[in-house]
Design a protein around this ligand. Structure first.
Ligand code: UDP
Length: 607
């Protein structure tokens, strides 16, 4: 239905929040009726998360004070943990983490064991990431049968089907991340895997590129691209005649046969870029940047992230996330942030997230063991775009970049200090002696990693703020939510300012609902119009610069989508990817408006 046919300005964000809470978060009786209020949900979660301190010998009075403090943290809207914690804490079998990475070994037993674990994680509401690099390439030998393998993508399809089947029983749609190195012989099949828009719908795909690949791209782009069979170590080049959808081992030539008719580094890059431009996938993961910041290099290389890319993890690690609503810390005169109060909330949130590790029920013994050994947590933020508006700063400005870096630095340094204090109180994480933290100057830490910027797709709706560090998507938004129902709303801050400044007439609402640019509506003061810059008005370069500013301090990674207008060129995507690498991002995803059906957010012009 066109947005303009709907009652303009109805308080739909509240509807959406209430419906979402009732359907997915609140406890229900067997008939499906909620049997707790939102406040009771926060009490349930606070009690379960504080109770672990009593189990580990904490005095009752301290635990009870902490329970109240955790309740206030959530009920005030200052901080929310990731959805699984809100949904499951204090309930039977409470699985509390959003992020998992599972190993996919090169054997039928191993693959189907990973599949079973995926089912266990997803039915409890977690998202799973996988690297498919270990699987032998399409057409390679299978010794036991004497035949050949159908390749990594056919197994990825099995994971996609399993996720589709599990979906119904879970609190939310299962989500997967599939990753593959640019040097795997199946990389052409992987890059083109989602050409059919109905394939792998519950997977995000990301190609892992190395610094060496990026250096070749700059210095020697015509060099033949080398792929390597993970089973035998044999190196190959890909003849240009090979169709990108159906590349098998039999099509490849040994690397020393490279000639002018092979796929070059530049060709590979262009294939990734053109597909990202067309469908938004695959994204890119700068895997060397990820591993340079691996806090536990002696425990293994990081090969995959969770579904939205913000949490690189070792195999069998899980991580629970939580986000602070920054917009609640802008001082009433709009001139600054209340840093002291923010510092207190960060410290409390670190304690909360560290407790979640012990309150958690893990889907498998291996995940339990690895997670407790490393104790990674992911404290991040939401409401950054709202914060900028309240501070009178445009999203696409050097001031915003500086503020991003300042807040990210404060967040990470304070979280580290809080984790170090917890280490004094409760001991460092068991793998600490093998970690970077143990290198001089050694600093005992309770958690191998502390900060992560999540998308906050659902919890930002509960908190009523802009999501993660994304700019405002649209001034008037139609959200496709839950059962495909549409919700229309004006941006809440715009609504508030419009009321306060007295210009929000019905004619202005209608104009905004039609998608008219705000700076063309004469009733809106110029300064206000300037601040409400939307995702499509922010240039791709500024999207990347803001992501990089956050990444410069964040321990794990940053969830961010570079939104491009429908008419963007392939070259725009090329520039975005190169800039992201240059500025030190760990990964990058673009989304060109309208390039995929069923997007969950859409501006008025496309609805
Ligand atoms: N996630 C998932 N399914 C979903 C949404 C999220 O498995 O439908 C996982 C995924 O690992 C993602 C992480 O949760 O990267 C955090 O997403 P988000 O911050 O949007 O979750 P929220 O806590 O707001 O629900």
């Amino acid at each position: 239905m066109p947005a303009t046919d709907q009652p303009v300005g109805r308080p739909s964000r509240q509807d959406l929040r209430a419906r979402m809470l009732a359907q997915r978060y609140l406890r229900k009786d067997p008939s499906g009726q909620p049997i707790e209020t939102t406040e009771q949900m926060f009490r349930r979660v606070a009690k379960a998360i504080a109770a672990v301190e009593e189990r580990s010998g904490g005095p009752r009075s301290v635990v009870s004070a902490l329970q109240n403090a955790f309740y206030r943290l959530m009920a005030s809207g200052d901080f929310l943990p990731n959805s699984p914690t809100l949904m499951n804490a204090g309930r039977e079998g409470g699985m509390l983490s959003a992020c998992f990475v599972l190993p996919v070994p090169d054997s039928i037993d191993g693959i189907f064991e990973a599949l079973k674990q995926t089912a266990q994680v997803q039915k409890a509401g977690g998202g799973t990431g996988f690297a498919f690099d270990a699987l032998r390439p399409t057409g390679d030998l299978v010794a036991s049968s004497g035949g050949t393998t159908s390749g990594p993508l056919s197994f990825m399809g099995v994971f996609a089907s399993a996720t589709g089947a599990i979906q119904q029983g879970a609190f939310r749609r299962g989500a997967n991340m599939g990753m593959m190195s640019v040097h795997h012989p199946d990389i052409l099949n992987f890059i083109t895997a989602k050409d059919d828009s109905t394939a792998f719908e519950n997977f995000n795909l990301s190609v892992k590129v190395t610094d060496r690949f990026m250096a070749d791209l700059h210095e020697n782009p015509g060099r033949p691209h080398i792929v390597q069979n993970p089973r035998t170590g044999e190196r190959y080049v890909i003849p240009k005649t090979v169709p990108p959808h159906a590349c098998t081992l039999a099509d490849l030539l040994p690397a020393d046969h490279a000639n002018g008719a092979c796929w070059t580094v530049m060709d590979l890059w262009n294939l990734i870029v053109s597909h990202s431009h067309r469908t938004g996938e695959p994204g890119i993961c700068f895997i060397d940047a990820v591993n340079r910041n691996n806090p536990l290099p002696d425990c293994g290389r990081i090969e995959a992230t969770n579904p939205c890319g913000e949490q690189p993890l070792l195999s069998n690690e899980s991580c629970n996330l939580g986000s602070i609503n920054l917009s609640r810390f802008v001082t009433s005169d709009g001139q600054d942030l209340d840093w002291r109060r923010l510092g207190r909330v960060i410290r409390r949130a670190v304690r909360f997230l560290d407790n979640v590790i012990d309150a958690n029920t893990y889907p498998t013994g291996e995940i339990h063991q690895t997670t407790l050994a490393h104790r990674k947590i992911g404290l991040g933020v939401m409401g950054f775009a709202d914060t900028l508006i309240l501070r009178g700063i445009r999203y696409d400005s050097p001031e915003a970049e500086t503020l991003a870096r300042t807040i990210a630095g404060f967040l990470t340094e304070t979280a580290h200090a809080a984790s170090a204090d917890l280490a004094t109180l409760r001991g460092h994480f068991p793998s600490w002696p093998m970690s970077r933290w143990a290198k001089p100057p050694a600093r005992p830490m309770r958690n191998a990693a502390c900060t992560t910027v999540a998308p906050t797709g659902s919890i930002s709706i509960i908190a009523g703020c802009s999501s993660g560090i994304e700019p405002i998507y649209s001034l008037a938004t139609t959200r496709l939510a839950l059962d495909g129902q549409e919700f229309f709303e004006l941006h809440p801050l715009l609504e508030r300012l419009g009321q306060k400044q007295g210009w929000l007439t019905n004619a202005v609402r209608q104009a905004l609902a039609r998608g008219e640019p705000i700076d063309g509506i004469s009733a809106v003061p110029r300064r206000t119009a300037e601040l409400f810059v939307t995702a499509h008005e922010v240039s791709p370069e500024w999207h990347v610069r803001i992501q990089a500013a956050w990444q410069s301090w964040i321990d794990s990674a940053v969830s961010k989508t570079v939104n491009l207008p429908a008419g963007s060129a392939i070259e725009d995507v090329d520039k975005v990817f190169r800039l992201a690498h240059k500025l030190g991002c760990k990964g990058i995803t673009v989304y060109r408006d309208g390039s995929r059906a069923g997007q969950t957010l859409s501006g008025p012009s496309e609805t």
